[in-house]
Design a binder for this molecule. Sequence first.
Ligand code: HEM
Ligand code: HEM
Length: 213
Amino acid sequence: MKVIQLWDKAIRIYHWSQLLLLAGLWFTAEQGYLVVHQVLAYSLAALLISRLVWGFVGSETARFSHFLQSPAQLVRMWHKAKHGIGHRGLSGYMSLTLMLLLALQFMSGLMTTDDVMTEGPLYNAVSSDWSSFASWFHHNNFNLLLALIAVHIAAALFHGVKKDGVLGAMLHGKLQVEADQPAVKSTIWYLLLVLVFTGGFALWQGMALYQQW
Ligand code: HEM
Ligand code: HEM
């Protein structure tokens, strides 16, 4: 048994900022603070898109190829006690599903309106049928996200009760396990990606948001 770094800082920065930003997005939508809502949404999108890129070029355990197994592998794993390290089996698919639903939530927001003062920047670029669908989706997909997040948190707490180290690893990154240290990439690259995407969103929407404010 030895202590390895299971999750790099990029994954943990992404994970815990995402929790805070989602809480903020929910609150600002409920209170009608829609300019702040959009600023938070672009921040979350920059972190998320960078995480998706990190899934191809990042540390070993961050890569989709590491944590998405084929259905046949899933069935085989089901019968084995030892699963290897990283998101395994269903938890890998749950992670991907949460990321994809967040991405769709963001995209639908771009075409949504509150029917009063705020319109997403692509609202006028699509037909009214599409924008009504996007508004419907923006509302209902969030409820689906909340339901899946509840399942996700319940699973995390279950790991906490089992004291198998999975919950702690998302906090401090480390896990005591019988495995070799997986390759870890520098967090700087992830932060650079976040900076590039944040800059892109600021150039695209910064002035419009300033005027709405
Ligand atoms: C108190 C709240 C939360 C706790 C305790 C928690 C815990 C965890 C844990 C332990 C993992 C690693 C699971 C594994 O080893 O496979 C994880 C991964 C993940 N969680 Fe959470 N989570 C929380 C909230 C959320 C929220 C609100 C979201 C929003 C969608 C979320 C999305 C994800 C995603 C996408 C991953 C994969 C991370 C990656 O690969 O970058 N979690 N979470
Ligand atoms: C992942 C990011 C996002 C999350 C989690 C999110 C979440 C939410 C939630 C929970 C609501 C309330 C829905 C309801 O109860 O009907 C809402 C409403 C809204 N969102 Fe977002 N949103 C996100 C991104 C965006 C983006 C990018 C935009 C526009 C640029 C946007 C614009 C709006 C508008 C205009 C409303 C008001 C809709 C109404 O009053 O019916 N959202 N959002």
